[in-house]
Design a protein around this ligand. Structure first.
Ligand code: ATP
Ligand code: ATP
Ligand code: MG
Ligand code: MG
Ligand code: MG
Ligand code: MG
Length: 266
């Protein structure tokens, strides 16, 4: 295309390519979801519809952007992990984070009704996004452990807080005061002695958050040639609710950190 005399303004765009050979993590987070969850009558402490919709959006993002090897989600946030070797969008930071967050948000709107049924979406939801480089496997794992520990701390607090309000008849201010300065073991004890809730028995989807990995899955399609069913093994992004802080998860999925194993998988 012909150059115009205005073309020089392109040079005002600064390069934002991220350091090569580092893990890239894109974290998106809902804007004002405290209010959003109230306006849309989310069940407290955990609205399962919202978690399932968030997971669906992350799965759709991973189906579209193949470079993402795993994702971790809790509450109104999701982290997408891109390996050290990836050259996605020449590792341009804003291109990567804006594409992922916009794909996530449009899927959130597009799939809303499938999860929320007659509860209508009242206004356009919005998510922010950032990309961060992590220089080695240890810090990447520490990053993921940080998010899962955050999920645990918030969920234990929220579970206890809402038990005091919904079952114990406290006001939100009273419950907040009651829990001030309590330790994890105190909250476990309140749940157990007052409400007969064994925290460790609560569904892992709430306690551990959701991890999406590409799982080998049998997929059956109908051949367009002869109309016969054909079964193939494909890598399908799938949600699991495992502990990702300990070593067991990483031993079970060595391809996540080891590029050679990942390539053999495809
Ligand atoms: P910001 O715009 O700064 O992110 P925010 O209001 O979104 O503000 P967050 O710290 O991101 O605040 O917290 C998200 C809030 O959304 C939670 O505190 C909770 O109230 C609500 N929320 C998110 N997911 C769920 C869910 N599945 N069930 C119930 N409430 C939820
Ligand atoms: P990239 O992902 O790199 O942005 P792209 O396919 O979006 O690739 P662009 O250079 O952004 O390419 O150009 C957008 C294209 O979208 C146009 O070339 C045109 O084909 C199409 N397009 C956008 N708006 C309209 C419109 N109003 N009517 C018809 N075509 C349109
Ligand atoms: Mg926030
Ligand atoms: Mg938020
Ligand atoms: Mg949040
Ligand atoms: Mg375009």
């Amino acid at each position: 295309m012909a150059n115009s005399k205005y073309e020089y303004v392109r040079h005002f765009e600064l390069a934002d390519n991220l350091l090569p050979g580092t893990w890239l993590v894109v974290r998106i987070d809902g804007r004002g979801f405290h209010r959003f969850s109230q306006s849309h009558n989310f069940q407290k402490p955990n609205d399962k519809r919202s978690i399932d919709l968030m997971n669906r959006c992350a799965i759709e993002v991973m189906k579209d952007i193949k470079d993402i090897i795993m994702a971790y989600g809790e509450s109104d946030e999701y982290s997408f992990i891109i390996p050290k070797s990836s050259n996605l969008y020449s590792r341009r930071s804003s291109k990567i984070s804006s594409t992922i967050v916009s794909l996530f948000a449009s899927n959130f709107v597009m799939n809303w009704a499938e999860y929320f049924g007659d509860d209508k979406l009242l206004y356009a939801p919005c998510f922010d996004s950032r990309t961060v480089c992590y220089p080695n496997d240890k810090v990447l794992r520490d990053y993921l452990s940080w998010r899962q520990a955050d999920c645990h701390i918030n969920n234990l607090f929220n579970t206890t807080f809402w038990a005091l309000v919904l079952k114990g008849g406290m006001t939100e201010i009273e419950a907040e005061k009651y829990l001030k300065g309590t330790l994890s073991k105190d909250k476990n004890e309140i749940l157990f002695s007052k409400y007969d809730i064994n925290y460790t028995k609560i569904d892992p989807i709430y306690r551990k958050g959701s991890t999406i990995i590409r799982q080998k899955t049998e997929v059956t399609t109908i051949s367009p040639r002869n109309g016969e069913p054909v079964t193939r093994i494909k890598l399908i992004p799938t949600a699991v609710y495992d502990d990702i802080i300990g070593q067991t998860f990483w031993d079970a999925h060595p391809e996540l950190l080891e590029e050679k194993k990942r390539n053999n998988n495809h």
